[in-house]
Ligand binder design. Structure first.
Ligand SMILES: [Zn+2]
Ligand SMILES: [Zn+2]
Length: 454
């Protein structure tokens, strides 16, 4: 018995530290950006993040990112990463391509339990390029139990390019994910024929996609060859994927694809699950539910976009956030009724009493915590740097017993309330004085008038 006990203690001592290897916490947009400096690390998201106002260029990544059930709001992808990788088209031609997404290139990486809410981006490039909400490129990487929503647009013209809801190009797996994306792909040069790829999950490659739900609204304006599908634009077991297997199983796809293919040598691949299947050996496509609303346009002079009006005027409706729902603004075109949402806002709680954990000074910010009176959540807020104030006249009170409430910095709302109160008091006094003045001077005049009438 004792021997077993000590053996277990010894094993625990050896094994536990390895498993308990601490993930690097991410609590701010700055922390998320710092992944670029240590792209092989293991990370865990500690808070929902609002990425509004940040131009994001996805770093390459080869570690793990556990979203911990949290959400990244309003990620705006504004450019491609600097590194390239070889992509192969259906004719086995190879191109050095660039990539864009939350990450540029994934290699042996895992992204799990993460929600990308309202990811946005318009990528304009002169190179072969793949864009995906999670990553532009995947090599042996997996995306598990994640959700993505938003709108991505790729504007390219060089030989081979594509856009996807999750991963642009490559080899990997996507499991138990929820995709709700609007994708736009525009070939900006009508003079050359290029290969264009678009899919709700991946654009081109050889991947496993299982138990996922995909809602796709896609718009393709292409003067070369279209490869589009509700789940994938094209699936091909290209050379680097020869030892891999692919299973497209138990997915639910609901797609609308609006496209033109301005090309007399027509292919126009547009299918509910995979646009074009080419040279696949070890794969299976089973038990998927699918619905495709395919809408081919035969006019090529105008880009296809979700908004039909040339100069749309939108009405805006702001939906406020609550304890457990994000806020957002709904935009509705007054001409055609096209509606989209943008500018999501983080959960907002109702805290009455704040406890200062770190008092803010004139040099640095402070931190307070409190409990939401609606849902009971523990909420942390940053308190602003104090504005330097003139020296106060020392009071007779001994400095050794400052009362706690005095050290609690007022919230901006409270400060505003106090100021408003003071102003109201002064205004009230002025009104009172004026009223007395009126009573003294005007009323007797009125009375006099009446007497004169008599
Ligand atoms: Zn409109
Ligand atoms: Zn709450």
């Amino acid at each position: 018995m004792k021997k077993w006990f000590w053996l277990i203690v010894l094993l625990a001592g050896v094994v536990l530290p390895v498993h308990a290897q601490e993930s690097i916490p991410i609590s701010s947009p700055e922390d998320l950006a710092a992944i670029a400096e240590n792209p092989g690390g293991d990370y865990i998201l500690m808070e929902d993040l609002d990425m509004s106002g940040i131009d994001w260029i996805g770093p390459d990544f080869s570690g793990t990112l556990d979203g911990n059930g949290h959400s990244i709001l309003n990620l705006t992808i504004t450019g491609t990463g600097v590194s390239t990788a070889v992509t192969t088209d259906g004719n086995q031609k190879r191109y050095d391509s660039v990539f864009a997404g939350l990450f540029g290139k994934l290699e042996n990486a895992q992204i799990r339990n993460l929600n990308l809410c309202n990811v946005r981006g318009v990528i304009t490039t002169d190179q072969p390029c793949f864009l995906g909400a999670i990553a532009g490129y995947s090599m042996d990487s997996s995306v598990v139990n994640c959700s993505v929503s938003g709108e991505l647009e790729l504007r390219a013209h060089d030989r081979m390019f594509g856009v996807a809801g999750v991963l642009g190009y490559g080899v990997g797996s996507v499991e138990d994910c929820l995709v709700d994306m609007t994708l736009i792909c525009v070939d900006t040069d009508s003079g050359t024929r290029d290969e264009q790829f678009l899919g709700g999950v991946f654009g081109m490659g050889f991947m496993t996609v299982s138990d996922s739900e995909i809602r796709l609204d896609a718009y393709i304006s292409e003067h070369g060859y279209v490869h589009s599908g509700g789940l994938a634009g094209m699936m091909m077991q290209y050379p680097v994927a020869m030892d891999k297997a692919s299973r497209i199983v138990r997915n639910k796809v609901d797609a609308r694809i609006t496209f033109f293919e301005d090309n007399t040598d027509r292919r126009a691949y547009c299918e509910p699950i995979v646009g074009e299947l080419l040279l696949n050996f070890n794969y299976g496509i089973l038990d998927n539910q699918q619905r495709l609303d395919k809408h081919e346009v035969k006019e090529y002079d105008r880009e296809l976009r979700p908004e039909g009006c040339q100069n749309p005027i939108y009405s805006e409706t702001v939906m406020l956030s609550s304890c457990d729902t994000f806020g957002y603004t709904e935009y509705c075109c007054q001409g055609c009724g096209y509606t989209y949402t943008d500018h999501y806002t983080l959960h907002s709680h109702d805290v009455k009493d704040w406890n200062v954990r770190i008092a803010s000074t004139t040099e640095h910010t402070g931190e307070s915590t409190g409990t939401c009176v609606r849902c009971g959540a523990e909420v942390t807020r940053e308190d602003p740097v104090l504005s330097p104030e003139p020296e106060t006249i020392p009071t007779a009170q001994p400095e050794t017993e400052p009362s706690i409430p005095e050290t609690v910095p007022e919230t901006p709302a409270q400060v505003k309330g106090v100021k408003t109160g003071t102003i109201l008091l002064i205004v009230g006094l002025i009104v009172a004085v004026a009223a007395v003045g009126l009573a003294i001077f005007i009323l007797p005049h009125r009375s006099r008038g009446k007497y004169q009438e008599k």
